[in-house]
Design a protein around this ligand. Sequence first.
Ligand SMILES: Nc1ncnc2c1ncn2[C@@H]1O[C@H](COP(=O)(O)OP(=O)(O)OP(=O)(O)O)[C@@H](O)[C@H]1O
Ligand SMILES: [Mg+2]
Length: 437
Amino acid sequence: MSEKILLVEDDPSVRLTIVTFLEMEGYDVEAVSNTRDALDRLSRKTYPLVISDIYIDDRTGIDVLMAAKKADSKALVILMSARGTMETVMVATRNGAFDSLAKPFELDTLLEAVKRALDARNSDDEEVEIEDLPESEMIGSSAGMVEIYKTLSKVAPTDATVIIQGETGTGKELIARMIHRFSSRSQQPFVPVDCSAIPAALLESELFGAMKGAFTGAERDRIGVFESANKGTVFLDEIGDIDPSFQVKLLRFLQEREIRPVGASREKKVDVRVIAATNRDLQKMVDDGKFREDLWFRLNVVRLDLPPLRERRVDVPLLAQYFVAKYNGRYNRDVRLTESGLRTLRDFTWPGNVRQLQHLIERLTILAPNDRIDSEAVHDAISAMEPKDGGGETLAETESDQIRRVLAATGGNKSRAAAILGIERKTLYRKLERMKL
Ligand SMILES: Nc1ncnc2c1ncn2[C@@H]1O[C@H](COP(=O)(O)OP(=O)(O)OP(=O)(O)O)[C@@H](O)[C@H]1O
Ligand SMILES: [Mg+2]
């Protein structure tokens, strides 16, 4: 059976061309020339697909779009305009337009959009019902994660030092925060320190503090992290990156629980719990003589090894749904996962682990065509996020369209948009300039 399409176009010759063409392609088209007739038809009948010009009369294609969606929330709408601006595309996208075409277009372009729309509507790639999501921020019920939870529940209430190991993006910081939250220190500060981001020469004063005049530029006493986190927890992230001379000082601190600020003459007692993390293999670093064995013993009181996501694929569906729900909320969207989409997510290797999955879903929540995360959308997003060489100078049609959508979703926040698009802010500015935005 042929598909019913409603066409709204005031220009008689364009209207005739489109009707003739689509009928030749086997579609059943009803055409109207003004918004009054369009709204009238839509109030009496539903159409799986509506194609409308944007500027028509006193009302616009956006009014047609909203009426079509109101009549049938699953209706798909393609808008076309010779005077499309960033604003009209934004409004169209926000109101759920399936596609926007710039006039003049090749009839084949229209045909492709029509086919894609009707395919999306008729495909048997079912949308997945969202499972009841756990209250927890920590998602995962795989055997590997359950082992982690068991250890965590035993160690959290103690003051024991914990070392967390795992590849990038496996959730080391999240676990550290959970340990703190379920400890008696939860009302006290949790202070993360990225040891790899602080130059070796500054790490000592950062952690232990420094007295006024201890070195040039030290104009007043500086409180170190261990002191400011007193009674709380200090999270030493990327501990594998600290240099050997500092390893000794840290070891002494872990033994004595005393700090001596740089330039101070006396030690001070502090009460902090230390949780450390690394994505390196510390045991191997010890074997290679790059990490002190005695420090390793001090840190390795309780060890949590977070499994990479590819070794706990059963967690992918729930994580994916959790992130879809999260970003649907944040960006005010109603994007759904389909069965094929979930399968593709599950089968991917996730070198960047949960963080990569999270970023991918954030991107798809904004960009997924027709608000559906299916296999094709996942593949496209994965390849779009792969680092490109040449700085991504080309500016394809789809790219500028994606930039518009992401900017609309982030309310014009360019840093956020650049992060979601996986490009540098500078690159985004350059692209915007080219797009004359
Ligand atoms: N099991 C999980 N459930 C929900 N969110 C998770 C889970 N694991 C990680 N995340 C999220 O993934 C992101 C990365 O996690 P996190 O920063 O803890 O990773 P990491 O192991 O510290 O990575 P890196 O080694 O790169 O610092 C965070 O946004 C975190 O909230
Ligand atoms: Mg981290």
